[in-house]
Design a protein around this ligand. Structure first.
Ligand code: TTP
Ligand code: MG
Ligand code: MG
Length: 433
């Protein structure tokens, strides 16, 4: 039996697990991380598995969580701490292979095809990585091992927490077939609803549909969907050198010309980019902003930073400066913020408890808080408006590159063929933008 050499590793209940590790009295208790507590208007970032037993999950309004679990422990988001832990885990991965592609704050793909002589077969490497993470950070991770990123990703999610799923080569389609369609990476709620019209409930149902039927309904994504349902995904793990940029985009449910919405979205995107830069130990030299209006006209503008940074505030301010002239008088459909001209990864900084650097990070976060209100609340409000967790969507990720939506609680675009109509008929121009 041969097995694939691609691993997908994802930490379990990441933010909540870090808090339970640091405060042993919280272990075994329902812990909800996000915003300012059960009366806050924001949403849940994540919940411990104990809290999930009450039906609580990411992106749920905090007030709902408070009702479901009045005795839960509600904690604010400590972004700098989670970014540091993320960096430590990513550094563990790099000891096993240089071919690590980080895809969000708590997960990465690893290609271990060159590592077998040193560390054993891929499933053994997966066990070693889980053990190293646990021994060195006190956190647990779930791992999928397969021949492709797609199947490895589905595998890591299947037996959470502390899971290990190995899908042998040749068994991908059979492995996927009985799973509900929402398990297929790249199928969001809207696509799942559209597929239900065809009677598709499982991934196997999708694999069995005539491809031309899907192409008629989903355009060019149709053929891609069939392939994915069969477990076919040729996208390689992209090595660190291949990561030339880190970015996030958001598509509004309804096109908007509202200044506050636009600024908050840019802040959320900048914050997500900064987190990921810190997690990867990189600094941004240039900030690129992408603006798409309701007529699908897209512009990108960029600006070199005076000093390379991994902090939210300078990225946000640069993004704001770049976006302002481009959003004036328009209804905006999509905004994106990307960091490019990244410096080389600084391995030492990931390990060293560089106090002054962390101090700067905290200081900057506080400044943003003072200017724009409680940061965690801003983030929570963003999520409360149906915006994605900024670090969960990256335009350079394989799915986004192919124009497929990533899975998750937020609405996706696959079914919409993107009608750019705005429901809001208010005047678009805001001279102060
Ligand atoms: P996930 O890996 O999606 O979730 P998780 O690690 O909390 O739980 P599990 O993987 O075991 O299912 O996201 C990683 C972190 O990202 C999560 O701990 C908190 C943050 N996050 C948000 O802030 N908002 C969100 O909507 C999501 C999905 C995640
Ligand atoms: Mg996780
Ligand atoms: Mg994750």
């Amino acid at each position: 039996m041969t097995i694939g050499t691609i691993l997908h590793v994802d930490l379990d209940a990441f933010f909540a697990a870090v808090e339970q590790r640091d405060r042993p009295e919280l272990r075994g208790r329902p812990v909800i991380v996000g915003g300012g507590g059960p009366d806050d208007r924001g949403v849940v970032s994540t919940a411990s598995y104990e809290a999930r037993a009450f039906g609580i999950h990411s992106a749920m309004p905090l007030r709902t969580a408070g009702r479901l679990c009045p005795d839960g422990v509600f904690l604010p988001v400590d972004g700098a701490k989670y970014a540091r832990e993320s960096g430590r885990v990513m550094a563990i991965f790099r000891r096993f292979t240089p071919r690590v592609e980080q895809v969000s704050i708590d997960e990465a793909f690893l290609d271990v095809s060159g590592s077998e002589a040193l560390f054993g077969p891929p499933d053994e490497i997966a066990r070693r990585i889980k053990a190293a993470i646990h021994a060195e950070t006190g956190l647990t991770a779930s791992v999928g091992v397969a021949t492709s990123k797609l199947v490895a990703k589905v595998g890591s999610d299947l037996r959470k927490p502390d899971g290990l799923v190995v899908v042998p080569a040749g068994e991908e389609a059979a492995f996927l077939a009985p799973l509900p369609i929402r398990r297929l990476w790249g199928v969001g709620p809207a696509t799942a609803t559209a597929l239900a019209e065809f009677g598709v409930r499982t991934i196997g149902d999708l694999a069995g549909l005539p491809p031309d039927q899907l192409t008629r309904r989903f355009g060019r994504h149709g053929a891609d969907l069939t392939e994915r349902a069969k477990g076919i995904d040729r996208d390689p793990v992209r090595e660190p050198d291949a990561v030339k940029s880190i970015g996030h985009e958001h598509t509004f449910d309804e096109d908007t010309s509202d200044r506050e919405t636009i600024e908050r979205t840019l802040l959320g995107l900048a914050d997500g980019v900064a987190w990921r830069l810190r997690g990867a130990g990189r600094l941004a030299g240039t900030i690129v902003v992408k603006v798409r209006d309701s007529g699908f006209h897209t512009v990108t503008r960029q600006k070199a930073l005076v000093e390379p940074t991994d902090l939210t505030e300078p990225i946000f301010l640069a993004a704001l400066e770049l976006a302002r002239p481009e959003v004036r008088g328009k209804r905006i459909r999509l905004l994106g913020v990307t960091a490019t001209h990244l410096d080389e990864p600084d391995q030492l900084a990931l390990f060293a408890e560089d106090v002054s650097r962390r101090h700067r990070v905290t200081e900057a976060a506080d400044q943003v808080k003072r200017r724009f209100g409680e940061r965690s609340i801003v983030r929570a409000r963003l999520l409360g408006r149906g915006l994605p967790a900024p670090f969960e969507r990256d335009p350079s990720s394989p799915l986004a590159r192919r124009g497929l939506p990533e899975g998750g609680p937020e609405p996706d675009e696959a079914d919409g063929d993107g009608d750019g109509t705005a429901a809001d008929e208010s005047p678009a121009d805001d001279p102060s933008l």
